[in-house]
Design a protein around this ligand. Structure first.
Ligand code: GRF
Length: 202
């Protein structure tokens, strides 16, 4: 049985497209049932539609507070029978209630080797810190930003002369491979969130 996945985006949606592409393979353990954006102008919305994926917009500005915004998203996700949520460049903080309803069933990708360089500008943080190895992480979402138990990571070298853009582009290529792999681990039950830790099985 393929698990039904909802993708939450705010922007260009390149990770979204990598998940949509992976799910085109019938042997991939998940299918993308819905792409949901908080922004009308997210370029990813058009890309999802072109790929034949249903899309919806929940404008955070049209909802009184975060709880109302999250409830609107929840209704759409449940209405589409979504079982797993993947944040893919989704730029809103989710309420604790939403996060706990999706505990163990919601993933995020962050462009650093967590727990290093949480939050904004991870590539700038990496260059400033002088690390020679950087990368990306797929993790379960918990209320604290970029802090959930890790599902998958990929390392990327920092090269002489790198700036934020060149480093970000190298990491993004790794993200596009890592996110489908991480989703596959969770969709098949080979990575599960148990007592605040990721437990892996064959
Ligand atoms: C990616 O770098 C992702 O790791 C971060 O936001 C960016 C989204 O890019 N969370 P895209 O919209 O998937 O192209």
């Amino acid at each position: 049985m393929r698990r039904r996945v909802g993708l939450l985006i705010s922007g260009r949606g390149s990770n979204m497209m990598s998940l949509i592409a992976a799910a085109k393979d019938p042997s991939f353990p998940a299918e993308i049932g819905l792409v949901l954006s908080n922004r009308h102008d997210a370029p990813g919305l058009g890309r999802a539609s072109e790929a034949g994926i249903p899309t919806a917009i929940v404008d955070h500005r049209a909802h009184g507070d975060r709880a109302a915004f999250d409830a609107a998203m929840e209704a759409l996700l449940v209405g589409e029978g979504i079982e797993i949520v993947c944040l893919a460049g989704f730029m809103r903080i989710l309420s604790d209630g939403f996060v706990s309803r999706w505990e163990g069933r919601m993933l995020n990708i962050h462009p650093s080797l967590l727990p290093l360089f949480k939050g904004l500008h991870p590539h700038r943080q990496a260059l400033r810190a002088g690390v020679r190895v950087h990368g990306c992480t797929v993790h379960f979402v918990v209320p604290e930003l970029d802090s959930g138990p890790i599902v998958a990571q990929a390392a990327v070298p920092v090269l002489a002369g790198d700036d934020e853009d060149s480093l970000a582009a190298r990491v993004l290529e790794a993200e596009h491979v890592l996110y489908p792999d991480g989703l596959s681990l969770v969709a098949t039950g080979r990575a599960r969130l148990i007592d605040g830790r990721t437990v892996f099985s064959a």
